[in-house]
Design a protein around this ligand. Structure first.
Ligand code: B1M
Length: 213
């Protein structure tokens, strides 16, 4: 579809206003929010990633693309979230220490809210001790850790170790996600689960909490 391609290109070019406008236009014309997300926004961001790796795009441009995606996600959120539904449990999310990537984590939060879970979002660059304090304060059923760098994924291990040391590990299940991590890594660091994307994160949370529908 021409408009979806245009949306992907506008994300790539970091055109904040145009991305928001096209998002609204596509929703108004009956295109599903999932299609806008996958075939427009994520398709555009994938190209950004490829161009970043090959040196064709630099950080300021990538940040501009991220801003465009953030703006569009704000418009999509009410369409992906079930308002007024009874909570199925509290999930805490955060991007680990040293890592400034939050789009994937935000998407996971939106999808979990959409499935009826309450979200406590600690943001990005979260040190292990802050996770520990927040678990004590909020008592979530599940903690979801996100990391996008091969360097920062190691802070998932440090975070789980800090939760163990605080004697809280049996109170909370931990799932992990983000481009560099895998089920194998989750097993190695003692996480309870891994999810490749936001939809699978919802499935994993439901499975760990024994939610059937
Ligand atoms: Co950076 N960055 N970045 N970046 N960035 C990547 C990750 C990279 C793969 C690009 C590349 O080289 N091709 C590369 C990492 C290489 C590596 O470590 N192997 C990289 C690099 C190198 C860097 C810097 C080091 C660059 C530099 O400074 N020279 C720097 C690091 C800064 C830091 O964190 N300390 C940096 C900075 C940035 C920006 C700040 C400019 C910006 C982030 C803005 C923001 O998030 N607010 C940015 C961006 C945008 C990207 C790319 C292009 C896009 C990431 C994204 O948002 N994707 C990325 C390349 C790529 O991934 N294609 C790249 C869209 C999003 C929907 O997908 O985040 O994968 P994703 O999330 C998915 C899944 O991973 C999963 O579900 C999500 C939805 O389906 N998921 C979970 C994520 N978290 C989950 C948690 C779960 C479950 C599933 O459970 C809890």
């Amino acid at each position: 579809m021409k408009e979806l391609q245009e949306l992907a290109q506008s994300v790539e070019q970091g055109q904040v206003q145009k991305v928001s406008g096209l998002t609204q236009q596509l929703l108004d014309s009956g295109v599903s929010p999932q299609t806008v997300l996958n075939d427009g926004l994520i398709a555009g961001m994938t190209v950004v990633g490829e161009k970043m790796r090959s040196g064709e795009m630099y950080l300021p441009e990538v940040l501009q693309s991220a801003s465009a995606m953030h703006g569009s996600l704000k418009i999509l959120k009410p369409h992906l979230v079930r308002e007024g539904a009874q909570s199925r449990g509290k999930i805490m999310v955060g991007t680990v220490k040293g890592d400034m990537h939050d789009i994937g984590k935000n998407l996971v939060s939106i999808m979990l809210q959409g499935a009826g879970f309450d979200i406590v979002d600690l943001g990005l660059n979260v040190p292990p001790q802050k996770f520990v304090e927040a678990i004590t304060a909020h008592q979530p059923a599940i903690l979801g850790l996100s990391a996008m760098l091969t360097t920062t994924m190691l802070n998932m291990k440090t975070t789980i170790e800090a939760i163990n040391a605080a004697g809280l590990r049996s109170n909370v299940k931990v799932i992990i996600g983000g481009a560099p991590v895998s089920q194998k890594f989750a097993d190695e660091i003692g996480a309870d689960g891994y999810a490749r994307d936001a939809v699978l994160a919802v499935d994993k949370v439901k499975q760990l909490l024994g939610v059937t529908a």
